[in-house]
Design a protein around this ligand. Structure first.
Ligand code: 3PG
Length: 324
């Protein structure tokens, strides 16, 4: 592939990956498209794939692009070159197809159009790789073997990333996202066609919020005390351990009581306040999320964590990556 499309693909892939979920939508009435997009945005989910399964697809994309220019907009169920031209004209950022069609692959690569073809077998992956396409929709994911199949398909092809779609919802989403070869997951559960038809946009916003919350998995996992050093630190932790029958543990950087209350051994003096510690399934996605919400933070790489720049309720807020 030529350089332009690689840069564009990288950018689109990074944006899809940073969100983790791609709502796949079948919309029957283009008049619902702005409300649909607004409900996804209200749930902090700034991405949507509008499928060419209805006549309203092209107009829906056009309306969403006009009203929400920054929203990540894909065209799905792309089966013909004519649909690609219409989707591009309507402002779509990328194309998704249920299968691998070499004519569509050739057209998209020749015209610098990011394209994620559907595959579910090794020979289809190799056909896609011939066109330089290495981010592939794994479809239909659950029926074709789920995460076991993703692992098996990924093993021989080191460079390939997958967007599993089909049968995914909040109950199995993180099983897929925990695999490093999975860029994001697609699915219709976030904005089901019947909810759009029935005008249940508040419910769609709740489902979007639930999806984003599931991806990020924010959990209040600890309280860090800004105690001084040495004996004082020991006595504070000893108090909590003894008063609440908590186990005291220690590693190179922290002393912890009950896995919750901790003192940072590196933190000296009184410069820092007490801290709340939140864990997340993905620091990279959490950073992207905070950027979208304009919450300022400082990222630290050793150890991997981020600190919000503004204290809240008298606490500094630290975010770390936790177990999935
Ligand atoms: C698709 O078009 O990608 C699928 O219809 C999405 O599958 P799901 O409806 O099982 O989420």
């Amino acid at each position: 592939m030529i350089k332009g499309i690689v840069v564009l693909m990288d950018d689109i892939c990074e944006r899809i990956s940073s969100i983790g979920v791609l709502p796949v939508v079948k919309i029957e009435n283009a008049g619902d498209s702005e409300n649909l997009a607004a409900s996804l945005l209200a749930g902090d989910l700034p991405a949507v794939e509008i499928t060419f399964r209805t006549d309203a697809a092209e107009e829906s994309m056009r309306r969403i692009r006009k009203k929400f220019p920054a929203m990540l907009l894909g065209a799905g169920t792309v089966l013909t070159i004519d649909q690609i031209k219409r989707a591009v004209g309507a402002g779509a950022d990328f194309m998704v197809a249920p299968g691998f069609n070499p004519k569509i692959a050739a057209y998209c690569t020749a015209h610098d159009i990011p394209f994620f073809p559907g595959i579910n077998a090794p020979s289809q992956i190799e056909a896609a790789l011939e066109y330089g396409l290495d981010v592939l929709k794994f479809f239909p994911a659950e029926v074709m073997g789920g995460i076991k199949m993703v692992k098996s398909l990924a093993a021989p092809y080191g460079q390939v990333k997958f967007i599993p779609t089909g049968g995914i919802n909040v109950s199995n989403l993180n099983d897929y996202l925990s695999l490093s070869v999975v860029l994001a997951c697609g699915g219709s559960w976030v904005a089901p066609a019947h909810m759009i038809r029935e005008g249940r946009f508040d419910d769609i916003a709740k489902l979007a919020h639930e999806a984003v919350s599931t991806v990020l998995g924010f959990t209040l996992s600890g309280v860090q005390l800004a105690t001084p050093t040495g004996n004082d630190r020991e006595s504070v932790l000893d108090f909590f351990a003894s008063a609440f029958l908590l186990n005291k543990t220690e590693n190179e950087t922290t002393v912890t009581a009950g896995g919750i209350i901790e003192v940072d051994k590196m933190m000296t003096g009184n410069g820092s306040g007490n801290r709340l510690i939140f864990s997340t399934h993905s620091l990279v996605r959490a950073m992207a999320f905070f950027k979208r919400k304009k919450i300022a933070f400082e990222a630290k790489s050793n150890p991997d964590e981020l600190i919000l720049l503004k204290q809240k309720g008298g606490f500094e807020v630290k975010v770390v990556e936790g177990a999935k």
